[in-house]
Write a new protein. Structure first.
Length: 200
């Protein structure tokens, strides 16, 4: 347990726990990542509790999240990522109480770890945001308005060839096989069609 009371070890455990937790959030349901994150963060929490927290170091850490979050929301503002990482590094170095001006955590360790964590979190967060905002590549409603050919007689049921695909179709008026049809709506995998008077 003496090893856990070393600020450098406590800091590494805390950062490792955060990284594993991010992995667990990015790929939920594995069980292993969740358990690993919980275990590492629990050990880190014990070490932090024993060492105590330097209030102003914690305040710097929290303030540093502002430019960091801005950099995530605005990928072109990568300069803010550097500012956020530097703030996180300083806050991390002084996270634990220390006597005098010297930081409790090795500054080089804090800078390297904060930079790696910052870039990693930024990369994952940007990818998640882009994926969430991206429109589906295949939207079934693209078929509405398209013109195709009736492959069988269409009334309450039938089939049409539209956009290189064979669809189930129905029509209010009977449409003979071979006629051109236009899609006016879609209900699941069944298309509502009308006869297209002009051939395409």
């Amino acid at each position: 347990m003496e090893l856990l009371l070393d600020p450098n070890v406590a800091y590494i455990l805390l950062m490792l726990g955060i990284i594993v937790a991010i992995f667990a959030l990015a790929a939920p349901g594995t069980g292993i990542l969740e358990a690993g994150a919980l275990l590492v963060l629990a050990v880190a929490a014990y070490a932090v509790y024993q060492l105590g927290v330097n209030l102003w170091g914690l305040i710097i850490l929290i303030i540093s999240l502002v430019p960091f979050v801005y950099a995530i929301r605005k990928p072109k503002g990568r300069a803010f990522l550097i500012l956020g990482v530097l703030g996180i590094a300083v806050g991390s170095a002084y996270l634990f109480p220390t006597s005098g001006f010297l930081p409790s955590v090795n500054p080089f360790l804090a800078i390297i770890t904060s930079a790696l964590l910052g870039v990693f979190v930024w990369f994952v967060a940007v990818k998640v945001i882009v994926a969430a905002e991206r429109k589906p590549l295949q939207n079934p409603d693209y078929i509405i308005g398209k013109v195709g050919v009736a492959k069988s007689a269409i009334s309450d049921s039938g089939s049409v060839q539209v956009g290189g695909e064979l669809w189930s179709a129905r029509s209010v008026k009977v449409i003979p096989a071979g006629k051109y049809v236009q899609v006016i709506s879609r209900d699941g995998f069944t298309l509502e069609v009308v006869e297209e008077k002009q051939t395409k």
